[in-house]
Design a protein around this ligand. Structure first.
Ligand SMILES: Cc1cc2nc3c(=O)[nH]c(=O)nc-3n(C[C@H](O)[C@H](O)[C@H](O)COP(=O)(O)O)c2cc1C
Length: 203
């Protein structure tokens, strides 16, 4: 089958997209409001977008009442956020932080997650995460408006934390990360079935 995107509701299009654009890595985003409230939430419309300058992006859609999610609200106020990488060890805690909590609620407390300090930004990071990128807001672009309206957040990576156990001679132990990917709905995947694929030779 095939169809025009304009024939679909935003909700239907969302289901096609999250089912087909898979697996998606999960950004576990920490922010602090200008009033000092800490927030932590997962986002799987997420990826790195180049190393020069080093940037990443994620997409907080608006709440059902059309208001911005706490994450977007906070990082717009302060220009800072931290993105931790989700692996099998923290996936349940990550899921708990996806609840629709009031703005003043600290999801670190709700899910009993230990905080660690960041180096370049005044935002906590997930102590048990395998890695965290400290980011300065480069651009927050409003792509849509109202309920479910999409926003694109681009962060300039200023500092990187990686679990020492996952580094050998300065290189990341790619086979040991146990990162998880989000498929559609409540479906996730593990990364325990890896394979090598050599590039075609250039000569
Ligand atoms: C694995 C996972 C991925 C998610 N990805 C997104 C996403 O890409 N964009 C989005 O708007 N919400 C996403 N959500 C839902 C948000 O985490 C949820 O709305 C959260 O309450 C937002 O928190 P905040 O209002 O504290 O920022 C995701 C939830 C889960 C569990």
């Amino acid at each position: 089958m095939n169809f025009s995107a304009s024939e679909l509701s935003a909700r239907a299009m969302y289901h096609w997209m999250v089912g087909l654009i898979t697996p998606r890595p999960i950004a576990w985003v920490s922010t602090r409001s200008s009033a000092g409230h800490v927030n932590l939430a997962p986002f799987s419309f997420f990826n790195g977008v180049g190393a020069k300058p080093p940037c990443l992006m994620f997409c907080p859609a608006n709440n059902d009442d059309g208001s911005p999610k706490d994450t977007l609200r906070n990082l717009t106020e302060t220009g800072q956020f931290a993105v931790s990488i989700v692996n099998e060890a923290v996936v349940d805690a990550m899921n708990m932080t996806a609840g629709a909590f009031d703005h003043e609620v600290d999801e670190y407390d709700v899910a009993k997650i230990e905080k660690a300090d960041c180096v370049t930004i005044d935002v906590p990071r997930v102590s048990d995460a395998i890695a965290t990128f400290e980011c300065e807001l480069m651009q927050a672009i409003q792509l849509g408006t109202g309920p479910g309206g999409a926003n694109l957040v681009i962060g300039h990576i200023r500092h990187l934390h990686v679990d020492d156990d996952l580094v050998d001679s300065g290189r990341l132990k790619l086979r040991d990360l146990k990162t998880v990917g989000r498929m559609g709905g409540p479906l996730y995947c593990r990364t325990n079935d890896l394979f090598d694929l050599a590039r075609p030779s250039q000569d």
